[in-house]
Design a binder for this molecule. Structure first.
Ligand SMILES: [Zn+2]
Ligand SMILES: [Zn+2]
Length: 362
């Protein structure tokens, strides 16, 4: 028998039918709660760069001549969401009605080699919320958390603005951890959007020599400074390569974390790193990067490290957003009701100076 807190049969939901057909449905079927499932009533859902790229028909989602389509429409977008439990399957033991919860973006299969050896975030089938109708996302009044969802509790007194940063800051933490920062390191973070700012505030919890943040937008750099960056430099206005060399006796930085998704930032990082340095790539790109790979081997013997999603990060991030160790002020800059989702997507592009934009359902 299911425990049901009175979930209606239909809900408001933003539904992606095709790359150019996103529709706000007023009476979309509410997700069914299976014996192992949890249904939450969504409080809010952040809009991610990935959601924007998908909305604009990027080939990595919808496919083209060279790659197959990966999305499964009709689906409900959004993976940065949380809410209170309103319905529980009979086999769910660890949660009760009313618990405020959030899940990792990936729903691990639990059976592939990566799940079995603890690398659940690289699960082979790779089912994630918000791109496929088997795991509909948070731009709807209700969302189903299936059996294998990686669920964390969100304190009831954590503000909406702070809770919205759990998912992005989880990704930021993982990317910084991949850089294995040590006390002697001069670290460069390229890109001061929401993810970059999460990296800045998390990197500042570590002992390091200097933290440099690069961005083409001065307002973002100001925020990075507020969050603890030692130097904030605009590559559009100064020779940042020269500045890093001056600061490092000509050696270059020790760690470069790429969070812009622009090929030029990759090339900049390869040039800026010292020999034997470490580069972390977090972003999703809209275009290929062309570079002479000799710099990786022959010239510098670099470590190139990828970072994806937010493995094992939520408990730390939730605790340290709540206690203020991780700075969050002003990052969630605009919240719109779901009716104004188009405006939300427009603001999320950053063209009005926003960092994180979210949708609500109240
Ligand atoms: Zn995201
Ligand atoms: Zn798996």
């Amino acid at each position: 028998m299911k425990i049901n807190g009175g979930v209606p049969k239909t809900m408001k939901a933003l539904v992606a039918y095709d790359k150019d057909r996103y529709v706000l449905e007023q009476e979309y079927p509410t997700p069914e709660c299976g014996p192992d499932d949890i249904i939450i009533k969504t409080e809010a859902c952040g809009i991610c760069a990935g959601d924007l790229k998908c909305r604009h028909g990027a080939a990595m989602f919808w496919g083209d001549e060279t790659q197959p389509s990966w999305v499964k429409p009709p689906f409900i977008p959004g993976h940065e969401f949380f809410g209170h439990i309103v319905e529980l399957g009979e086999n769910v033991k660890d949660f009760t009605l009313g618990d405020r919860i959030i899940a990792d973006q990936i729903v691990p299969c639990g059976e592939c080699r990566f799940c079995k050896d603890g690398h659940y975030w690289m699960c082979q089938p790779h089912n994630i919320f918000g791109f496929q109708n088997t795991n509909n996302g948070g731009m709807a009044e209700y969302v189903r958390f299936p059996k294998n969802a990686v669920i964390s509790r969100v304190p009831d007194n954590l503000s909406l603005e702070k809770a919205l940063l759990i998912e992005p800051y989880g990704c930021s933490k993982h990317a910084v951890d991949r850089g294995s920062i040590s006390p002697e390191d001069i670290v460069v973070i390229s890109g001061a959007g929401t993810l970059g700012l999460g990296m800045v505030t998390y990197a500042k919890t570590k002992t390091l020599k200097k933290l440099i943040v690069l961005d083409m937008i001065d307002a973002r750099l100001e925020k990075a400074k507020e969050f603890g960056a030692d130097y904030v430099w605009n590559p559009g206005k100064m020779d940042v390569l020269k500045a890093v060399n001056e600061l490092t006796d000509g050696y270059g930085c020790d760690v470069y974390i790429e969070a812009t998704g622009h090929p030029s930032s990759v090339i900049q990082g390869l040039s800026m790193l010292r020999k034997l340095g470490r580069m972390v790539e977090f972003s999703v790109f809209g275009a290929p990067t062309t570079v002479d790979w000799s710099i990786i081997g022959d010239r510098k013997e670099l470590d190139i490290l990828g970072a994806h999603l937010s493995p094992y990060a939520y408990p730390y991030v939730i605790e340290n957003i709540a206690n203020g160790v991780l700075a969050t002020k002003g990052v969630v800059s605009s919240i719109f009701p779901i009716e104004e989702w188009e405006k939300g997507f427009e603001y999320a592009s950053g063209k009005y100076g926003d960092f994180k934009v979210a949708l609500t359902f109240e």
